[in-house]
Design a protein around this ligand. Structure first.
Ligand code: NAD
Length: 470
């Protein structure tokens, strides 16, 4: 597949193979961009700013709605490509497609709601006789850098609001899973003037770095790991940056919880997309009295998952993104076992597959739960009371989302207020997001919010216009 720059297909002599993690077959190749190519994309995106900004909000909105229709028509085709490149079960890919369509639709709607406000200058000393109002104006060029796990929806979360508020975009798709995003960029490009949407493929450390450091890019919207996010924030200089980073989300299960509901929450939260979810359930903090019953029920439900060919509709657990990623998860689990944790079910690897694994007697100092483990693992940590549960939940550098299971309102509110996370759900696992809600973590989980309306806020600047009517 070629890059798309200024409306033209651009290839490169150097290419990288994109492989299906299920069978290691090559699906396609992508060009490895040289820095001159990244530069060309920056120029084209800057050249296209005027054509987009001259368009009415009505027209931008309609064009985004047209792309919604096109994506709906190609829903199955896109979902299959997504499964091929990521290894996620086809039913999960179809859900990602539905969410992508929804995210795009929200942006098409938001394009008509970009308001300023009137400002009463006469409320200030010497302000009498002025009329003033604000406008939200586009930043210019937004670079979107995205990860492999939800490549399509997470890219749309950046480029759709960016275009809705009239920024041109440069997309740096994930190297492991770039194809769905590149195909989607072609749909957008057909609807908008040349250069409004550009893709640059290659290694993040080269191309991504170049975009991040360029003075001709006005905003970096990044989703990915904390390590890369920290590098970006150091190199971005004065430009605006949104960072949606990793998570190590706790699920707190108190003695009075509906255990059945909590167990279902883990099944969805720890094993969705083979555990490769930023807001996945990564630490299950359970009060002692119910921990045995909880673990037994969790094992029973976990063993119902079906690992297999991700294209098969019956499959509920696909591969990880690569064998290398699966080996890393395997080693982290094995290290925890050496330190005293017990595998209750799972724990075996086959190529890029890693079994859905429930592991008990995990202590908060084990690497398995100190770092973000990006795989299908449900680690159980025992605590004796709510104070300890909150303390363990907060004992992390991350703060993306959290879930608390209890039927006691005062305990629920206490956890909601004291757990340091961008979102706390009561009686729902952290692995839940609607695409209109403000989404973004505390602590090292990020800076800024996404969720179309909130992304638009971060992709515009406020200009005040004052009229002297004296
Ligand atoms: P990653 O940080 O390795 O890569 C993300 C993107 O950054 C890729 O496109 C990569 O090519 C690019 N990149 C790499 N080095 C770069 C550099 N020096 N400059 C600019 N760009 C560079 O992350 P990943 O392994 O693809 O994704 C997994 C991580 O993403 C996990 O930590 C996960 O929690 C996080 N994530 C966060 C969210 C969120 O919304 N908070 C959502 C999904 C994933």
């Amino acid at each position: 597949m070629d890059m798309l720059i200024g409306g033209k297909h651009i290839s490169s002599e150097d290419v990288e193979e994109v492989k299906n993690p299920y069978n290691d077959e090559v699906i396609d190749t992508i060009p490895i961009a040289h820095l001159q190519t990244a530069d060309l994309a920056i120029q084209e995106a800057n050249n296209a700013k005027k054509s987009l900004q001259d368009m009415s909000a009505f027209k931008v909105s309609n064009k985004l709605f047209n792309v919604v229709d096109k994506l709906k028509e190609k829903r199955h085709q896109f979902a299959e490509l997504l499964t091929l490149e990521v290894g996620k079960p086809i039913n999960e890919s179809l859900v990602e497609l539905d969410r992508s369509i929804e995210t795009l639709r929200l942006a098409a709607e938001e394009a008509k709601r970009i308001y300023g406000e009137s400002v009463p200058l006469d409320a200030g000393l010497n302000g009498k006789g002025f009329f003033a109002f604000t406008q939200k104006v586009p930043l210019g060029v937004v670079a979107a850098i995205t990860p492999f796990n939800y490549p399509l929806n997470l890219t749309i979360h950046k480029i759709a609001p960016a275009i809705a508020c009239k920024n041109t975009v440069i997309i740096k798709p994930p190297t492991e899973a770039p194809l769905t995003v590149m195909k989607f960029a072609e749909l957008l490009d057909k609807e908008f003037p040349d250069g409004v949407v550009n893709t640059v493929t290659g290694y993040g450390s080269e191309v991504g770095d170049y975009l991040v450091s360029s003075p001709d890019v006005d905003k970096i919207s990044f989703t990915g790991s904390v390590t890369t996010g920290m590098m970006i924030s150091q190199k971005a200089g004065m430009k605006k940056v949104t960072l949606e980073l990793g998570g190590n989300d706790p699920m707190v299960v108190l003695n009075d919880a509906d255990i059945d509901k909590a167990v279902k929450g883990v099944i969805n939260g720890a094993f969705l997309n083979a555990g490769q979810v930023c807001m996945g359930v990564k630490r299950i903090i359970v009060e002692e009295d119910i921990s045995k019953e909880f673990a037994q029920m969790l094992v029973r439900e976990t063993e119902k998952l079906v690992m297999g060919n991700p294209m098969d509709e019956k499959t509920t657990l696909g591969t990880l993104i690569s064998q290398k990623a699966a080996i890393q998860v395997e080693q982290t689990v094995n290290n925890a076992v050496h330190l005293g944790a017990r595998i209750l079910t799972g724990g075996k690897r086959d190529g890029a597959f890693y079994e859905a694994t429930v592991i008990d007697d995990v202590t908060p100092d084990m690497d398995l739960v100190v770092r973000e483990t990006f795989g299908p693992v449900a680690p159980i940590i025992h605590v004796t009371n709510i104070d300890e549960a909150i303390e363990v939940a907060n004992d992390t550098e991350y703060g993306l989302q959290a879930g608390v299971f209890t039927n006691d309102y005062s305990n629920a509110m206490r956890c909601a207020q004291e757990i340091e996370a961008g979102t706390v759900f009561i009686n729902k696992q952290s692995t839940f997001r609607t695409d209109n809600m403000p989404f973004g973590g505390f602590k090292n989980s990020g800076v800024g919010k996404e969720g179309i309306k909130y992304a638009v806020e971060e992709m515009t600047k406020t200009k005040l216009i004052g009229l002297n009517l004296r």
